[in-house]
Design a protein around this ligand. Structure first.
Ligand code: Z5A
Length: 224
C-alpha cells in the first residue's frame, strides 16, 4: 500500500506544504490525538530537532547577514545534513521502539524547495535525500495544499525568514512541484488546506486509523 520504514516496528508520517498552509497545526493536532489514543509519539520539525540540526536551522533560516550568502548546492547539503542527524539521532531510535514519528517536513521539502525552487537536478537531489536518510521514507505523507496568496496572507503576521524572501516565482515552482509529486507518489495524500482545520484533522485521523496498528497502550489496558 505504501512505503514503510523497512525493518522498523514504528511508523513514520510526514507533513508537507508551502509555509502558511497549516501543516504544523495539523502535525500537532495529530500528535496530540495519537498520544491521547495511547500511541507513543514523537513530533519533530525540519530543519531542526537535534542540537546540530538546530544550529544548521539557524544558519539556513535566521541568517540575515547579507555577507553570508548560501549557494543553492550548499543550501541543499545543509538541509540534508540537518536531516541526516535527525534521522540517526532521534527518528531511527524512536521507530526502533515502535513509536509513531510525525515529521513536520521531510525529504519531499528538499525535492520541491531545492530541486524545483532553486532549480537543481531533481535526480541528484532525490539521490541525496536517500543518502541523508539512509533509505528511510515516510509510510504516509499529508500534503496540505493552499494557493500561494492564501498561504502568504496567513503568514503575514510574522517577519519573513531567509527562505521566505525567495520571491513569488520560487514559491509557485514549489507549489507546482508538490502537486506533481503527489501524482507520482502513492504515499502522498493531498488535502485541501482551505477547509476548516477541524475538517482537515478528521480527514487525516480517518486515514491514519485505516493503517496504523492498534495502540500499544490501548491494547495492554486491563478490560473494565
Ligand atoms: N525547507 C527547505 O527549503 N528545504 C527543506 O529540505 C526543508 C525546509 C526541510 C522551514 O520553515 C523553511 O525551510 C521553509 C521550507 C524550507 N521555508 N519556506 N519558505 P519553518 O519551519 O519556519 O516554517 P514552515 O514549515 O515553512 O511553515 P510554518 O511556519 O510551520 O507554517 P505552516 O506549518 O505551513 O502553517 P501553520 O503554522 O500550521 O499555520 C499558519 C497559520 O494559519 C497559523 O496562524 C494557523 O493558526 C493558521 N491556520 C492553520 N490551519 C488553518 C486553517 N485550516 N484555516 C485557517 N487558518 C489556519
Amino acid at each position: 500500500m505504501m512505503n514503510q520504514a523497512v525493518g522498523e516496528p514504528g511508523v513514520l508520517l510526514s507533513f508537507e506544504g508551502i509555509d502558511g498552509s497549516g501543516k504544523s497545526t495539523q502535525a500537532r493536532l495529530l500528535a496530540d490525538r495519537l498520544e491521547a489514543a495511547g500511541y507513543e509519539t514523537l513530533l519533530v520539525r525540519e530543519p531542526g530537532g537535534t542540537a546540530l540540526s538546530e544550529h544548521v536551522r539557524a544558519l539556513l533560516l535566521e541568517n540575515t547577514d547579507p555577507s553570508l550568502e548560501i549557494d543553492p548546492v550548499a543550501e541543499v547539503l545543509l538541509f540534508s545534513a540537518a536531516r541526516a542527524q535527525l534521522v540517526a539521532e532521534r527518528i531511527r531510535p524512536a521507530l526502533a521502539e515502535g513509536q509513531v514519528v510525525i515529521a513536520d517536513r521531510f525529504f519531499d521539502s528538499t525535492t520541491v524547495y531545492q530541486a524545483a525552487g532553486r532549480e537543481l537536478s531533481v535526480e541528484w537531489v532525490r539521490a541525496l535525500n536517500m543518502q541523508a536518510t539512509r533509505g528511510l521514507a515516510p509510510a504516509r505523507t499529508y500534503f496540505i495544499d493552499l494557493p500561494l496568496e492564501e498561504a502568504q496572507a496567513r503568514r503575514a503576521a510574522h517577519a519573513a525568514d531567509r527562505m521566505e524572501t525567495s520571491g513569488t516565482a520560487f514559491f509557485e515552482r514549489v507549489r507546482q512541484a508538490y502537486l506533481a509529486l503527489t501524482q507520482e507518489e502513492e504515499r502522498i495524500c493531498q488535502i485541501d488546506g482551505a477547509q476548516p482545520l477541524e475538517a482537515i484533522h478528521e480527514t487525516i485521523w480517518a486515514d491514519v486509523q485505516s493503517f496504523l496498528p492498534t495502540a500499544p497502550r490501548a491494547s495492554s489496558a486491563p478490560s473494565p
